[in-house]
Design a protein. Sequence first.
Length: 292
Amino acid sequence: MKTRELLLKLKLAKGIGIKSEYRFYRWLKSTYDVIPDELNMTAEEIAETLMLSKNKSKTFINFYNSDKLNSELDHHINHVKWLTIIDDLYPENLKEAYLPPIVLFYFGDLRLLENKALAIVGSRNNTEYSIEVIRRLMPEIISNGITIVSGLAKGVDRLAHLAAIANHGTTIAVIGTGLDQYYPRENESLQRTIAKNHLLLSEYPVGCRPARYHFPERNRIIAGLVRSILVTEAKYRSGSLITANLALQNNRNVLAVPGRIDSELSVGCNDLIQAGAKPVITAKDILEEYKY
């Protein structure tokens, strides 16, 4: 079996998660000086390599050998665009980040992965403040050739993608479902536009519906793809702060827009700044991070 197809089969299999998938990639790197194009391993050998528990091993082996998985594998090989961590087009900055996905499914232009990129994240229930911040900052950011990355959620994510498009820039959306799912539903039209004209990414296979744990997992990909991340508004505990912390783990620049001290949605940003994040007042504050 082709090694990249084996990685795809692992991604589609039940009984393991993203940590075990990455463990297998690390095993490949440590076992082979050059990862081979072909690799034939039984489900039992893979389970042993991953050191799965008895129960997980049984679940994994049964599903790995099933007709259902082979049918899903065939469908994804022939009808879905996908990229593996051993492919040349896989972005190096993501490969070096925390728990990089072994497979990415995509629609759109993979060349955007080569661009300088900025993640913009914030509250799903943003105020007019985020709208004004993005309106002021985006034209100069886009004119400097920076691609905007976000998670296609409600609120700031949606604003960031729309502003990039409105300013004739490029955007990458990383979603927490399969490429054929629309969540939230109100973003279906925007998702279709990004898939057609920009880049839509997911580590979840076709048909995969939203789950609560998908979105923190999705956030690590956003943090891994970019040089810097900008938080516009965030509560004290929020997904945006999770993404910012992941960015710090990946040695990325964390930027935050200072806000009113009496606003619940500014607590997260103000705390980030107190902890060392760079305050952003103008687009130049962001562009300084892209001079090198």
